[in-house]
Design a protein around this ligand. Structure first.
Ligand code: ADP
Length: 485
């Protein structure tokens, strides 16, 4: 058992229509700690039938929820946020146990997740419509915003709490209800959020968590016409499948898919700041975020100095281990196949001429632990250039001109986050415009915040999360033409 101050936050049942529920089949999924392999507990292995029940309950709950005052919904969201912060230590302990990130990072994620509930609690009161100067005498034109209806969210294991909060916050603020299918590797963070939603006064059916078979639950969500919108964060491959499956019912989609973030260091950059940027962006969550730096492009004239500084910093700053231990800031990867993927990419690069400067292999601790790694002489023909790594490996490429590096940076189907370091205002403006990405970090490796729009272009997805734009995906625009005046 996890040592929690409030053990009732650790729930091993799904949450449907305000009730803790088991699967009809009574089947369960086991959840393990990626640092130790220990069994943490079980969650119900639900299928389409329970999902259909949750959707039907949400559809009923929606009528009451949408007709509440915006301020009433706002207050409930605000209470939910406060409860998250109050129980931050327990929520972080649950997250570290099932996901592996250090306790410091887990606490950071809880605060980050809660910030979305706070932001959208505020936005709930500001979903203004419009009046439009009329096109005909005797007529008036109005535009109102209405909740789209029952929404579903399918979320990944790398941010077990924040990826839910940034979807459920705007949905509930807009007056929609939501069914969440969390990743089966990290369901306990989602269920703890459900417990707190219950305590905050979220009415039955407004927020539901269905655990279990991804394909069966996803299949019901995409097929069921009562679900008007699906928001998914995860792999591009699964996103594509969900998009295909949603075609029959023409669902509105938000997709936050894979990234392949370039990080460009120009010769006029502040190199110490750029090293700091790599440390925060590349190695966050042991490299397992979709905005993690994936490719580091360094200009010829500063290549050796930058590389030397980065290697020193990596040696000095990281301690690998179980995320609950003091001082550890690099937890395990999520599972064995994640470790194998990193090994395969490194082997491919070494076979084609790259050099390991630090790390490069599994950590002496064994299990899912991998050494923080830096590779030099990486080139565009290697897998690092085209595949998301999702591990603590910094591959350093070399470039000569601005034109060349922008072409290399854009040479991918992905377009989520990008980063570059320069002090030249002309270059900053030019490069920022030319990068085909939804987000650009300039002289920073840290861009995620609830106040800004997070999302990608190209095959990194559709829609934006957070900020004033984040609520648009949960609203429909209704045009009223009023005649007979
Ligand atoms: P990751 O590589 O981050 O694990 P996935 O796309 O595999 O990304 O998983 C993200 C989420 O999508 C998880 O909740 C997972 O269970 C779910 N998922 C995986 N396959 C399907 C599917 N066929 N239909 C619906 N959801 C799925």
């Amino acid at each position: 058992m996890l040592p929690l101050l409030d053990p009732s936050l650790f729930r091993q049942q799904a949450y449907i229509n305000g009730k803790w529920s088991d699967a009809e089949s009574d089947k369960k999924i086991a959840v393990h700690n990626p640092a130790t392999g220990a069994l943490l507990g079980h969650v119900p292995n639900m299928n389409a039938i329970e999902t259909r029940r949750a959707i039907a309950a949400s559809n009923v709950a929606w009528q009451g929820w949408r007709s509440m005052l915006a301020k009433e919904r706002s207050l409930i969201l605000r209470r939910w946020q406060e409860l998250m912060l109050e129980h931050c230590d327990d929520l972080a302990a649950i997250m570290t146990a099932e996901q592996g990130k250090s306790l410091t990072e887990a606490r950071g994620e809880i605060a980050y997740a809660a910030s979305y509930l706070e932001w959208f609690a505020e936005e709930a009161k500001r979903m203004y419509g419009d009046t439009i100067p009329t096109s005909a005498k005797g007529k008036r034109i109005l535009v109102t915003k209405e909740p789209i209806g029952v929404c579903a969210a399918i979320t990944p294991w790398n941010f077990p709490s924040a990826m839910i909060a940034r979807k459920v916050g705007p949905a509930l603020a807009a007056g929609c209800c939501m069914i969440v299918k969390p990743a089966s590797l990290t369901p306990f963070s989602a269920l703890a959020l459900a417990e707190l939603a219950h305590r905050a006064g979220v009415p039955p059916g407004v927020f539901n968590v269905v655990t279990g078979n991804a394909a069966a639950i996803g299949g019901e969500i995409t097929a069921n016409p009562l679900v008007r919108k699906l928001s998914f964060t995860g792999s591009t491959e699964v996103g594509r499948q969900l998009m295909r499956d949603s075609a029959n019912s023409i669902k509105k989609l938000s997709l936050e898919l894979g990234g392949n973030a370039p990080f460009i260091v120009f010769d006029d950059a502040d190199l110490d700041a750029a090293v700091e940027g790599v440390l925060t962006s590349k190695y966050r969550n042991s490299g397992q975020t979709c905005v993690c730096v994936n490719r580091i492009y360094v200009q010829d004239g500063v290549y050796d100095v930058f590389t030397g500084k980065l290697v020193d910093a990596v040696k000095k700053n990281f301690k690998v281990g179980n995320g609950v231990e003091a001082g550890v800031n690099q937890g395990p990867l999520i599972n064995e196949s994640a470790v194998r993927n990193v090994e395969t990419q490194i082997a491919d690069a070494l076979a084609k001429g790259a050099r390991v400067l630090v790390g490069g292999q599994r950590h002496a601790l064994g299990g899912n632990f991998f050494e923080p790694t830096v590779l030099a002489d990486v080139t565009q023909d290697m897998r690092f250039a085209h595949e998301e790594t999702f591990g603590p490996v910094a591959p350093i490429f070399r470039f000569k001109s601005d034109t060349e590096v922008v072409a290399m940076a854009n040479d991918t189907d992905c377009g989520l986050a990008s980063y570059f370091y320069s002090r030249d205002i002309g270059r900053i403006w030019r490069v920022a415009e030319q990068l085909e990405y939804g987000m650009v970090g300039i002289n920073t490796g840290l861009i995620s915040t609830e106040v800004a729009p997070f999302g990608g272009v190209k095959q990194s997805g559709l829609g934006r999360e957070g900020s004033k734009y984040g609520v648009d995906d949960y609203l429909i625009v209704k045009y009223w033409c009023l005649a007979g005046i």
